[in-house]
Design a protein around this ligand. Structure first.
Ligand code: PLP
Length: 386
């Protein structure tokens, strides 16, 4: 809990860049209250794939706010319909149903409820180091002990297996399993990419037992990893796909995508008052249009490859490994990341941690080549690569 500017208003918050007050943004540039410019290398954990205040998203929001700011889901709405069509056009044809909400954790909550309802089974198999959100269901799928412990007991029947261990996953998934829930690239947990066979193994295990397979692409979706959705790298299609963060270009949104077959088996009800509101949907239409038209996945792939080249050969006594996919990169250090982040900040670059020793780079996909090169040079300098 922190006090906002001594005003007496208290805020529950956790933040790594509270030393700066950011008041304005454009593309991958931010400005603080004193007018100092920064390059954003964190995209607010993946919200800002299109950069700050993308003009087409801002225009769509302004226009929609004047037209119809809110509409309950009990009424049809052409903006919502258009957004759903635009999203489903980008996905394999097996999908066809979307539950809209307002955040990543809600998209995961919906996936858990859908899987339990559809299979009639209780168990959820997730991965160690995985992060799926902080409401009680999503938190139960999240791995980190310090996030979980203060709120226990959590939801029962959640088990965690080591990520990228095929045999452990196969052994854990059984007839009592409702959902196998994985991030194709673990973001918060330190930037770990699924091995080529791991997601196939997960698909086979779910098919063998009747469980549903869910991919959490809240952080990896919308071009981040070099494909519109990370699962495309593996060619493995899940039954449930969770999206949020940059899906509406910075406006809060969550989406749980599934198939008509799954929907047909769903019993009970699930609902969100603000889910599918026209404001978020108008922003989402603009965001997806920009991501496709401006080929942001290709840009992420190219700039990610550039980073792998520039960050190769960092001194082994300070850097254990550089890994990632597209523009979701982790530099695992042999030291704590906090001083590295502070040194980058002093040079005008705002990056993120992923755990205590991993420097995470996930800039807006629209970052200019020059700013990205400058950011990578700063990383090299700060971790001793010259
Ligand atoms: C993979 C993944 N799932 C879920 C979430 C939770 O999203 P939100 O913070 O929008 O609730 C996050 C947030 O970082 C995430 O990275």
């Amino acid at each position: 809990m922190s006090d906002a500017g001594g005003s007496g208003h208290a805020e529950f918050a956790e933040g790594s860049h509270r030393s700066r007050t950011i008041v304005r943004g454009e593309g991958a540039r931010w400005w603080d209250a004193d007018g100092r410019a920064y390059v954003d290398l964190g995209a607010s954990h993946g919200v800002g794939n299109l950069g700050a205040s993308h003009p087409e998203v801002a225009a769509a929001v302004a226009e929609q706010a004047r037209t119809l700011l809110y509409l309950g889901t009990g009424y049809a709405n052409p903006v919502r319909d258009e957004f759903l069509r635009a999203l489903l056009r980008l996905l394999p044809s097996s999908f066809g149903r979307v539950f809209l909400s307002n955040s990543g954790t809600e998209s995961v909550e919906a996936a858990i409820k859908i899987a339990r309802s559809v299979t009639g089974q209780p168990k959820v198999v997730a991965a160690m180091r995985g992060f799926h959100g902080r409401t009680l269901g999503a938190l139960s799928a999240t791995w980190r002990k310090e996030l979980r412990a203060p709120f226990e007991p959590l939801v029962p029947e959640f088990v965690h297996v080591p990520f990228n261990d095929d045999a452990a996953l196969e052994a854990a998934v059984d007839e009592r399993t409702a959902l196998v829930l994985l991030e194709p690239v673990q973001g918060e947990g330190g930037v770990h990419v699924a091995t080529p066979d791991y997601l196939r193994t997960a698909r086979a295990a779910a098919d063998r037992t009747g469980a549903l397979l869910g991919f959490d692409e809240v952080q990896t979706g919308i071009g981040r990893t070099g494909r519109m959705f990370a699962f495309e790298h593996w060619g493995v299609v899940p039954d449930l796909l969770t999206l949020a963060k940059s899906l509406a270009g910075g406006v809060p949104i969550g989406a749980t995508v599934t198939t008509p077959e799954v929907e047909a088996r769903f019993q009970g009800s699930h609902h969100s008052t603000f889910g599918g509101n026209p404001l978020a949907c108008a922003a989402g239409i603009a965001a997806l249009r920009v991501a496709v038209r401006d080929r942001l996945p290709e840009r992420a792939e190219r700039l990610g490859q550039l980073a792998q080249e520039r960050l190769a050969g960092l001194p082994a006594d300070r850097v254990r490994e550089v890994r990632g996919l597209g523009l979701l990169l982790g530099v695992e250090l042999r030291e704590r990341v906090a001083p590295v982040l502070a040194a980058l900040e002093d040079r005008g670059f705002l990056a993120l941690p992923a755990g205590a020793t991993v420097l995470r780079l996930l800039p807006p996909l629209v970052i200019s080549d020059a700013d990205w090169e400058a950011g990578l040079t700063a990383v090299r300098e700060v971790v001793g690569g010259g």
